[in-house]
Design a protein around this ligand. Structure first.
Ligand SMILES: Nc1ncnc2c1ncn2[C@@H]1O[C@H](COP(=O)(O)OP(=O)(O)OP(=O)(O)O)[C@@H](O)[C@H]1O
Length: 338
């Protein structure tokens, strides 16, 4: 299902929680919405999922306007949505299987159909043998798997994941993201991942919108945004993503730093230009030296993006010319704020 927002606004008193957001979330993909605490993510989700109406602006599902529907119309559209949350929101008095069967009971399915569908869903999330398990006996990752099975029970067109991995350790996060990607492609679902973790965006999303202060400050393909971040907010998220660490085996995606100090310039290389000897060519052409302090490679949306943190020695004019040439060759260059 494709979702489109046109100039959507929602205020609480004087506070513009969502301040004129226009977005298009393509069908059959995983779309990320990232922002710091208070950026407006949860408000945006409530508007997109029709739990709240915008003060102004329009929401479309597959081209049909949905924000102005009456209660009955809203109920029908909301059936197209599934949701999972950071704290799982499972019923502790029900077993794993009974949690999954709950929406099917509410929707009036026959009990024989419910049994079959619950089995199918538990198998889908890899918990076919835990149907009778009390919720309290499940790990965080298993609870989220049950929440995913429950959210998908009535075959929604879209699944909202609101900070769904924020309470999980990195390994469990990885396995839940892999499961969501697998389900997305199997079921042709549209998934919206709301998160404050750039790792989640990097490892699961095709496109992302970066929110700040109730506005979209950047939107596009995740690979483009990683290689060429345009705003300070995005750059901050990326800098937290790349911890400089001395033990690469434990943090394969991090940067390896071999020099304690320095590193005024961050250079990002993507696709074809990761294989070219750009730095040595520029070093000879301009007679400058690159003193590389840290480096690493990250896998983003199936594409490798290389990062180097380096100093460039030379007169200001020559360094400026080198930077201009790097940019011309498609390398992203960011200078540290002093
Ligand atoms: N019901 C409400 N009444 C008053 N203010 C609200 C309400 N909901 C949200 N806000 C305010 O709107 C702003 C955006 O909040 P929102 O919860 O959408 O941000 P967020 O990006 O989801 O943050 P977090 O990651 O911390 O959950 C915040 O300043 C918040 O205090």
């Amino acid at each position: 299902m494709q979702i489109r927002l046109e100039n959507v606004e929602r205020s609480y008193g004087f506070l513009h929680a969502v301040n004129g957001i226009s977005l298009s979330i393509p069908t059959n993909s995983i779309y990320g919405v990232i922002g710091r605490s208070g950026a407006g993510k949860s408000t945006l989700v409530r508007l997109v999922s029709l739990l709240e109406r915008p003060d102004s602006g329009t929401v479309f599902y597959d081209g049909q306007r949905v924000d102005d529907l009456d209660e009955q119309g809203l109920i029908l559209q909301r059936r197209r949505l599934g949701m999972i949350f950071q704290n799982f929101n499972l019923f502790s008095s029900r077993s794993a299987g009974q949690n999954v069967s709950y929406p099917l009971e509410i929707a009036g399915y026959k009990s024989s159909d419910i049994k079959e569908r619950v089995k199918e869903l538990l198998d889908l999330v890899g918990l076919g043998d835990r149907e009778k398990a009390p919720i309290s006996t499940l790990s965080g990752g298993q609870k989220q798997r049950i929440a995913i099975a429950r959210a998908l029970a009535v075959r929604p067109d879209i699944l909202f994941c609101d900070e769904a991995t924020s309470a999980l350790d990195p390994q469990t996060t990885h396995s839940i993201l892999s499961l969501l990607k697998e389900i997305q492609s199997k079921m042709n679902l549209t998934i919206v991942m709301i998160t404050h973790q750039m790792e989640v965006v990097r490892d699961s999303c095709e496109r992302v919108a970066v929110l700040d202060d109730g506005k979209v400050v950047e939107e596009g393909l995740v690979t483009d945004i990683f290689a060429h971040p345009q705003t300070t907010v995005t750059r901050d998220f990326l800098s937290h993503l790349s911890p400089v660490d001395a033990s690469p085996s434990e943090h394969e995606e991090g940067l390896v730093r071999w020099s304690e100090d320095g590193g005024r310039y961050t250079l990002r290389f993507r696709g074809g230009n990761t294989d070219l000897p750009i730095l040595s060519q520029l070093s000879r052409k301009f007679e400058v030296e690159f003193n590389i302090r840290a480096g690493g490679v990250q896998n983003v949306g199936g594409e490798k993006i290389g990062t180097l943190i380096s100093d460039i020695s030379g007169t200001p004019d020559v360094v400026a010319a080198v930077i201009a040439e790097l940019k011309k060759q498609g390398v992203y260059v960011e200078e540290a704020r002093s």
